[in-house]
Unconditional design. Structure first.
Length: 187
């Protein structure tokens, strides 16, 4: 097909789309979708974002079809529209990224690490106070489970207890600690 034939075909399709021809729009979509998609994909490297941009271009083509020029080159129009949309998307993404970075920096600078450390130390004292009120066996099981990260089976093997004893002791210790922390720390 000659370039002049493509240009004439595009002009005929543009006129048909301008007058509301859905079949002409479908032909343009079929003809240019892949070109636009792979072009957008080269910018974004994300198939979903590339597809979104292409869909936006075709939505704009249909929405503003009545404003199309009679001697319009659809290929140039679509590629120019896509380039502009990509540039706007990149600019908007950079603006969002800059805002997120600014908010993150602001929130990090506003943190009071000394106060947070003191609060954590206070909670640790409260927790240790609660653990110290447990029987020695419950203390041991509770620490192995919460501090060492062992499961019931590992604890039962290490202490030479039945797994049901470990479960029962840990359940009682946990129930006590929940009540203790609710009372002492408001947790």
């Amino acid at each position: 097909m000659l370039v002049s034939d493509i240009i004439n075909e595009d002009r005929i399709l543009a006129r048909a789309i301008k007058s509301g021809g859905k079949s002409a729009f479908a032909l343009v979509y079929k003809k240019y979708h892949n070109q636009l998609y792979f072009s957008a994909l080269s910018y974004f490297k994300d198939p979903c974002q590339a597809e979104d941009v292409v869909q936006d271009i075709f939505i704009k083509l249909w929405t503003f079809r009545e404003n199309l020029k009679e001697n319009l080159s659809l290929k140039s129009f679509l590629h120019t529209s896509m380039r502009n949309l990509i540039l706007n998307t990149i600019r908007n993404n950079n603006t969002k990224l800059a805002k997120h970075t600014q908010i993150l920096q602001w929130s990090e600078s506003g943190r009071n690490y000394v106060e947070e450390t003191l609060i954590l130390e206070e909670y640790e004292k409260i927790i240790e106070g609660g653990i110290s009120q447990l029987s020695p066996a419950k203390q041991n099981i509770f620490r192995l489970r919460t501090r060492s990260g062992l499961n019931n089976k590992e604890i039962s093997e290490q202490l030479g207890l039945s797994i049901n004893t470990v479960k029962f002791q840990f359940s009682n210790a946990s129930r006590f600690m929940r009540g203790y922390l609710r009372e002492k720390a408001g947790i």
